[in-house]
Design a protein around this ligand. Structure first.
Ligand code: ZN
Length: 424
């Protein structure tokens, strides 16, 4: 109740927001909402809500903004190990190939993930989800792709299924068996494509472990033609297509995404104008990942302004992975504003309702509207223009998931103060 700004993002459940509509975030001043059994039952001005509803618990958001919980539409949530040594090498300017030769890069994560038990993966994933939730994220897409062998890909997806049951953050699982070509197949990558399409996809879908099929379409990973084959096989088994496209080179990933009817194409640093136009026409969401571009240290970012001008719906995600270790969508908003010139309003749209569209969840989440899940984030700032502007700290005051307060900064801070009093 009494929110300085209640940001609804209402009215885009069928189609993502594009062009100037990305600026419209549906602000209600002195706003409030009523929640019953985990669902939003009323949204409006505080006096109207308090007149119509009597609640057991009332949370006051005076001086704060209330918005939909962030949706993170691109994460590699589950993995073992870390790659801080490689980070140091990247700073020193050591090339990708040399890092690979030194046993670094993605294959290090694959080795460690293959060695890890499912219980360990669930433990690591829980820590990450805790952190994401504390930073205001209530739903995440999560990919497999560090197993690169049937049993290990299944293990990753099963870990995600357990996390989805155990944790209050909701997961949307994506099968990314075609993340990279594993060492056992470097000499015959076609055999690996066969394994993905003929063995992994049927097994994954039989056990209902994934909703999407993703491919890393890139030089050194999977060609355009292989990507098309894998996504088509996924589609034939009921997996919706999405892809890592045009991140390092212009391969035509954006065009392929439009042609195959992908829900989302991600990265797009080198997407062609034709590709972007085709995506706009087909309504493919461009999920941009500025934190990934930042950690590449090449100074190049996706051309978000051109995409918005062309009518491509833009979403933003963390790309959380061992090479881009960021759980925080507020940090992604800051990067999007500073490096891709999104306005705070556009970045809010891109991390809520458009992000929900990027993972086919726009009917349930991504906006504050009657009938939607009560996934709500309260930020301790006086207005939405502080997002991206005040960065490097967590602005979250409270997080509500399915109508329940699951994170409360005041509770954490009062504990800290109690401890301090004790010591004195
Ligand atoms: Zn990725």
């Amino acid at each position: 109740m009494n929110a300085d700004e209640l940001i609804t993002l209402a009215g885009s459940n069928d189609k993502p927001r594009t062009r100037e509509r990305m600026q419209e975030i549906g602000i209600i001043r002195n706003g409030g909402l009523a929640i019953k059994d985990g669902t939003i039952v009323s949204v409006g001005k505080t006096p109207d809500i308090t007149r119509d509803f009597k609640a057991e618990d009332v949370a006051n958001a005076n001086g704060k903004i209330v918005m939909p919980g962030f949706v993170d539409p691109h994460t590699h949530l589950v993995f073992a190990g870390s790659r801080e040594e490689e980070f140091q090498l990247r700073i020193e300017g050591v090339s990708y190939v040399e890092i690979l030769r030194a046993g670094g890069d993605i294959m290090r994560t694959v080795r460690e993930t293959r060695r890890a038990s499912i219980e360990k993966l669930v433990d690591y994933g829980t820590e990450t989800l805790d952190s994401m939730l504390e930073h205001g994220t209530t739903t995440v897409e999560a990919k497999s792709g560090y197993g690169l062998a049937t049993k290990d890909e299944m293990k990753m997806l099963e870990a995600m299924q357990r996390l989805n049951q155990l944790h209050s953050v909701d997961l949307v699982p994506t099968f990314l068996g075609a993340n990279a070509i594993p060492p056992e197949f470097v000499d015959n990558p076609e055999d690996y494509v066969k394994l993905v399409t003929e063995e992994m996809i049927p097994k994954v879908t039989e056990k209902r472990l994934a909703e999407f099929c993703d491919v890393s379409c890139e030089k050194g990973a999977f060609s355009l033609e292989q990507t098309r084959r894998i996504l088509t096989a996924g589609k034939n088994h009921g997996l919706k297509p999405r892809l890592h496209a045009d991140e390092m080179n212009q391969l035509g990933g954006a065009e392929l995404a439009a042609g195959i009817g992908a829900t989302s194409a991600d990265h797009l640093l080198f997407a062609s104008d034709e590709g972007m136009k085709a995506m706009a026409e087909k309504g493919v969401v461009a999920t941009l990942l500025p934190a990934a571009a930042f950690s590449l240290m090449r100074g190049r970012y996706a051309d978000a302004r051109t995409m918005i001008n062309l009518g491509v719906p833009v979403a933003l995600g963390t790309d959380f992975n061992p090479n881009c270790w960021v759980e925080n969508q507020q940090c992604v908003i800051a990067l999007a504003c500073h490096m891709m010139k999104l306005t705070p309003s556009e970045a809010i749209t891109a991390t809520t309702i458009n992000a929900a569209h990027a993972i086919s969840r726009a009917k349930e989440i991504g906006s504050l509207e009657v009938g939607k899940k009560a996934d709500v984030t309260v930020l301790d700032v006086p207005n939405h223009k502080f997002l991206g502007y005040r960065f490097g700290v967590n602005l979250v005051d409270k997080v509500v998931k399915n109508g329940r307060i699951v994170f409360d900064r005041d509770a954490v801070r009062s504990q800290v103060r109690l401890l301090e009093d004790h010591e004195m």
